[in-house]
Design a protein around this ligand. Structure first.
Ligand code: PGA
Length: 249
């Protein structure tokens, strides 16, 4: 199974449902539709409407983050996994570099994963090195730490997807070269197998994925899909990413 996940970040008002409608009609007719899943993570404000509208349709709605407590608490502005699940989201991103930069620690991320899984949300766990770490050849050690400090054998590996997003690649138009990306993806899968003592969860790539560079990524069969930011705000670009991915394969 492949995954095309659109992370809308701080984008979208109710009428943006039109974007998803177009993606949904494409997917319903696409000859490759059974080979992949489309997940969109709109801001919290749109989850309920979108999730209701797309029940029984192809698109799956998720959240971009969740708070590290299970149900209700006195944390102003926080939204818990229980609350997210109760409005119809099926999954959540956790550990996006934006949120790590805002202060999410490994300990907080572990609690987020734990409470998300407990509330029946699948987890898309994001990891990635920054430019300095890459230049100092620290990529593997950074990724290993991000994986082993947060994920645990007792978590259900079937409910977890890992998204590798090098921070220097997010929103910059810069992408890793094919050889490095293949090596890194294999390293991540090996580390995950060690943690879970079973098959590795799906591992996605994210960072400046668009309709033209997806050709490069489509050659790396170890990559199980993509986390797409900027290009997921346009139905045409998002659909072209899927179309091109399969036409190059
Ligand atoms: P980008 O964002 O595709 O705009 O680089 C990816 C992400 O932050 O998830």
């Amino acid at each position: 199974m492949r995954y095309f996940i659109g992370n809308w970040k701080m984008f979208g008002v109710p009428k943006a449902i039109n974007i998803l409608n177009k993606i949904n009609s494409f997917q319903s007719k696409d000859k490759n539709r059974n080979k992949y899943r489309v997940i969109i993570t709109p801001p919290y404000t749109l989850i309920e409407t979108f999730a209701k509208y797309f029940t029984n349709k192809k698109i799956i709605i998720g959240s971009q983050n969740c708070y590290q407590k299970e149900q209700f608490s006195s944390n102003t502005g926080a939204v818990s996994p229980y609350m997210i699940r109760s409005v119809g989201a099926k999954c959540t991103l956790i550990g996006h570099s934006d949120n790590r930069a805002e202060g999410d620690t490994d300990l907080m991320l572990k609690d987020k994963v734990k409470f998300a899984l407990k509330n029946n949300l699948k987890v898309i766990y994001c990891i990635g090195e920054n430019k300095v770490q890459k230049n100092n050849n620290k990529t593997f050690s950074v990724l290993k730490k991000q994986l082993t400090k947060v994920l645990e054998k007792k978590f259900d590996q079937k409910k977890i997807i890992v998204a590798y997003e090098p921070i220097w690649s997010i929103g910059t138009g810069k992408i890793p070269n094919e050889k490095d990306l293949l090596k890194t993806t294999i390293y991540i899968k090996k580390t995950l197998k060690n943690i879970f003592k079973s098959n590795s969860p799906a591992v996605l790539y994210g960072g400046s994925v668009d309709e033209s560079n997806v050709e490069i990524f489509s050659k790396i069969k170890e990559i199980d899909g993509f986390l797409i930011g900027g290009a997921s705000k346009s139905s045409k670009k998002f659909i072209d990413i899927i179309k091109n991915y399969y036409s190059y394969r």
